[in-house]
Write a protein that binds this ligand. Structure first.
Ligand code: ZN
Length: 123
């Protein structure tokens, strides 16, 4: 498959789109993470970023939150590539909230005692 460029399309930094850039170092993804973790700063590798976000979130459902944020960034990127939908933080945030609400409805309420309270902070 011939692709015109392998650079990140989510920013103007003109850098190769690798996992760590797309999900943590890109200006776009940093904006998304800071919505959830105001003190987020991109670390050296994925493991350090996951640990940092886990610590910042301080909730037992941090894996779900991190997965949904990464999923929303991925979907926003793919919507631009496949459907020419201009990426925006607001669109990504809306995708995140929609997915979050679906996860909440599927979750076992006992396991996620504070989940509903946490979600209400982001509505
Ligand atoms: Zn980027």
């Amino acid at each position: 498959m011939d692709v015109p460029s392998y650079n990140c399309i989510m920013c103007d930094e003109n850098v190769l789109e690798k996992r760590d850039h797309l999900f943590f170092h890109c200006k776009f993804s940093k904006t998304c993470w800071r919505y959830l973790c105001p003190n987020f700063s991109a670390k050296q590798n994925v493991h350090a970023n996951v640990s940092h976000i886990k610590e910042e979130l301080s909730v037992p459902f941090h894996v779900e939150i991190m997965t949904l944020c990464a999923w929303s960034i991925w979907k926003t990127r793919n919507d631009y590539i496949s459907n020419n939908v201009i990426p925006s933080f607001y669109r990504c945030r809306r995708l995140f909230k929609e997915e979050l609400n679906m996860v909440f409805h599927r979750s076992k309420r006992k396991k996620y005692v504070n989940f509903e309270t946490w979600i209400s902070l982001f509505r």
